[in-house]
Design a protein around this ligand. Structure first.
Ligand code: HEC
Ligand code: HEC
Length: 457
């Protein structure tokens, strides 16, 4: 708005040369645009708000992708994951992690971080994907999504940290499987977090906090499998469901969150609450965290014993999380859910399904468009969705949060696992579940129409 009205004025008064200079200025000097915005903002509050949010989103993207909040002290300093990546031949331990191994663990490579020469060599099959040296070079280029390398002046890797993007971003495979442009906010359902942690040479910090032996820790980590992580394990020490299945949950999307009140499958809190929780208690970043609910010794024995609800940075250390929460939140709110892939659902059936969703099938009594969760307290007792209480009872609210369904069409293509632990392997199964749970008496055709609608979200 601002720019076009200024453009009109320039065209009226100054002619083409001035307009070109302005366009060049806009292209080549972001700071001149923002100072222009700032100057003009006194007459219109709106432009200040727009400028603020644009700056926050840009800052938040950088944090989401590249900031490890000082967690390299844990992943490298304590667990020595960097040593496992380097391997013996580069001053670490073991065989090292080749790009092939990294990709097989579900790690992704950001093609836009690679120089053209590397990209074409990669396409021509001329990059050595069996050598840990290549992995180190990729980390140095900031190309391994969610893995932040720290390097000495001489270029030697001194440590690595993990960022939000390792779990909540993937790539579009445009160059090769696992190599392409970033998709921030998309859950990485290929990522084998358990296997990655298990590769660390020193798991003592993990055995110590869980109070179990190494064999048990390895068994638990191996039970997660791709696309899963157990954020509650380090609070309550529960690794398996009563029927023996892993207690880990699927990595959820970090898009489509705007307007959603409570977050996580069990509604632990808001976005900034959970971001601080994850950055400090899970990633082991450096910062203060408060939650007295974690003092409950019955529900959260490990958290209560270790006083996880009262984390304060040690004297002299800086808080590397707190100041980033505003921008990180703004960035997540800006991530829209992806549209369903073209031709991935039947439009006519989806239109019939939409009427069922909002009517006879009563889905919209909880999944209210446009967020597809409830405005307000979006929580339900397990019985309301005919579920066991295991995961719900591992959270302060003892309930399940209504999952926002935006982007379901894309997720249905990417990885067919639904509900917090991936217990349903198709949208048909989910609909069958509700059909019997709520005695909906949906015909086979109605059920399939409903599935087409879900695929369209
Ligand atoms: C090791 C993998 C991993 C990392 C790293 C990670 N997350 Fe998550 N994230 C998860 C899992 C698993 C959950 C589900 C937790 C639950 O419901 O108990 C989750 C939940 C979330 C949610 C809630 C989504 C919803 O549906 O409400 C948000 C938001 C989120 N993470 C953002 C972040 C941010 C920001 C970071 C970086 C500070 C981060 N995560 C780091 C795995 C991860
Ligand atoms: C009583 C509220 C309620 C109603 C009614 C309801 N849902 Fe849900 N829905 C939930 C909750 C809570 C979850 C999270 C369950 C979990 O993860 O364990 C959920 C999860 C889902 C999921 C899984 C999303 C994912 O990413 O894993 C789908 C799909 C879904 N619901 C579709 C439907 C459809 C279709 C209907 C109507 C037939 C429906 N829901 C009716 C509350 C409800």
């Amino acid at each position: 708005m601002l720019r076009s009205s200024r453009l009109r004025k320039v065209l009226r008064t100054g002619g083409l040369m001035a307009a070109c200079a302005l366009a060049g200025g806009a292209l080549f000097s972001v700071s001149s645009v923002s100072s222009h915005t700032r100057r003009s903002s006194s007459s219109s509050g709106r432009s200040t708000a727009e400028g603020n949010s644009a700056a926050l989103v840009t800052q938040g993207r950088q944090i989401f992708r590249f900031d490890d909040f000082g967690d390299n002290a844990f992943w490298s300093g304590a667990l020595q994951l960097d040593k496992a990546i380097e391997g013996r031949s580069h001053g670490g331990v073991g065989p090292g992690v080749s790009p092939k191994t990294a990709l097989s663990l579900g790690l992704k490579v950001d093609a836009s971080a690679l120089p053209h020469s590397v990209l074409s060599a990669l396409k021509a099959g001329k990059v050595n994907l069996d050598s840990p040296a290549t992995t180190l070079a990729l980390i140095k280029l900031n190309a391994v999504v969610g893995v932040k390398g720290h390097f000495s002046r001489s270029g030697r890797m001194t440590s690595i940290g993990l960022t939000c993007a390792v779990c909540h971003s993937t790539v579009n495979n445009s160059v090769a499987p696992g190599v392409g442009q970033r998709h921030d906010g998309w859950p990485n359902r290929d990522l084998n977090v358990g296997a990655i942690i298990s590769a660390a040479p020193n798991l003592k910090p993990v055995t110590d906090v869980l109070g179990v032996d190494l064999a048990t820790v390895r068994k638990v980590l191996a039970s997660w499998g791709p696309g899963k992580f157990d954020a509650e394990l380090f609070m309550d020490g529960k690794a398996f469901q009563p029927d023996g299945r892993s207690a880990a949950t699927l990595i959820p999307p970090a898009y489509g969150m705007a307007g959603v009140n409570l977050h996580t499958y069990t509604g632990w809190g808001s976005i900034p609450y959970w971001n601080a929780f994850v950055a400090i208690l899970e990633m082991h970043g450096q910062g203060d965290f408060t939650d007295e609910r974690l003092d409950d010794p019955v529900k959260f024995p490990i958290a209560a014993k270790n006083r996880f609800g009262h984390v304060r940075v040690h004297g002299g250390q800086r808080d590397l999380v707190r100041s980033k929460l505003p921008a990180l939140q703004a960035y997540q709110l800006s991530l829209r859910a992806p549209h369903p892939p073209r031709g991935s659902f039947d439009r006519a059936a989806a239109a019939r399904g939409e009427r069922l969703f909002n009517g006879k099938a009563t889905c919209a009594s909880c999944h209210l468009p446009p967020t597809y969760t409830e405005p307000g307290w979006n929580m339900h007792r397990p019985a309301e969705v005919c579920e066991d209480a295991f995961q719900a009872s591992r959270s302060p609210e003892n309930a399940y949060r209504t999952t926002p369904l935006r982007g379901l069409g894309t997720r249905n293509r990417q990885d067919r696992r639904f509900y917090h632990d991936g217990r349903f392997h198709s949208l048909n199964q989910v609909v069958e579940h509700y059909n019997s749970c709520n005695r909906l008496a949906l015909s086979a055709r109605e059920r399939s129409d409903l599935v087409e609608y879900l695929k369209s979200l």
